[in-house]
Design a protein around this ligand. Structure first.
Ligand code: DGL
Length: 270
């Protein structure tokens, strides 16, 4: 079965985090139609077991395939860590599958060989050691120090993206001696771009805070170009689905994509 270039790009996350990636994709590829799925019924993924996240990933993938997506982008580090290989195998030749981890690892290979780099993410992402394995396999002597920072997702979901409380929580995590003397720090969770400024303020301008959303969007553009899959005649509107409808998700989606979005409640299990 061949993949059709005018078909949409499916993007999924546990909730609002993937919207940071979807927005970067839309900026880089304005002619592409996006079908977004936020699995708000099962948020947060970061504290779930690998088996549970894999089950959600497969259900969402089925849904995105039903919408004829040409490519599925797993816009969640926890889901990329737990479910990428499985989703890729499940999808086979029906669509392309990308994750948010590989483009960042490629970025490190280019810019940080032999350097000490930090990573913050959910428990799932950090405990999976997927970043470490991929970075080690580069053989570039990159010294990756990862730390789980589980309070950051609920903090962001509750709208604490600046101010004293958020600063204190961020400081508490980043003060960990394990993260001393870094050359750069990876935001290993798609929620964290929303507090990038807080993190940059903590480190100052000399340490790069690596926001994967831009890097992933660039990689996706290159990938579509390479596979001759650019949508040349897009007239379709983007489509947003959630597994549990909340006003705050609708608000966040409008914040990222404007007032005219079309948000649909789509439970994963009937
Ligand atoms: N967006 C998810 C990630 O990138 C984190 C949110 C969650 O725990 O569900 O890991």
């Amino acid at each position: 079965m061949s993949v059709i270039s005018s078909a949409p790009i499916g993007i999924f996350d546990s909730g609002i985090g993937g919207l940071t990636v979807a927005q970067a994709v839309k900026r880089a590829l304005p002619d592409e139609q996006i079908v977004y799925f936020g699995d708000t019924a099962h948020l947060p993924y970061g504290d779930k077991s690998t088996a549970a996240i894999q089950a959600y990933c497969i259900k969402i993938t089925q849904l995105l395939l039903k919408r004829s997506c040409k490519l599925i982008l797993i816009a969640c580090n926890s889901a990329s860590a737990a479910g990428f290989d499985l989703v890729k195998e499940y999808v086979g030749k029906k669509a392309k599958v990308l994750n948010v981890i590989d483009p960042v690892v490629d970025y490190l290979r280019e810019l940080y060989p032999g350097k000490k780099v930090g990573l913050i993410g959910t428990k799932q992402t950090v405990n999976s050691k997927v970043y470490e394995q991929k970075v080690r396999s580069l053989g570039q002597g990159i010294n990756l120090h990862s730390l789980a920072t589980p309070l950051l997702v609920p903090m962001i979901e509750e709208g604490f993206v600046d101010g004293e409380i958020s600063e204190k929580i961020v400081e508490k995590y980043l003060n960990d001696p394990w993260l001393e003397n870094l050359e750069a720090i990876i935001l290993g969770c798609t929620h964290y771009p929303l507090i990038k400024q807080l993190i940059q303020n903590y480190y100052g301008p000399d340490i790069e805070v690596i926001d994967s959303s831009e890097i992933v969007a660039k990689a996706l553009k290159a990938f579509l170009g390479f596979h001759n899959l650019f949508n040349r005649n897009s007239t379709n509107v983007d489509h947003f689905m959630v597994s549990d409808y909340t006003d705050s998700f609708e608000e966040s989606t409008r914040m990222f994509f404007g007032e005219t979005i079309n948000l649909e409640l789509t439970p994963l299990w009937d």
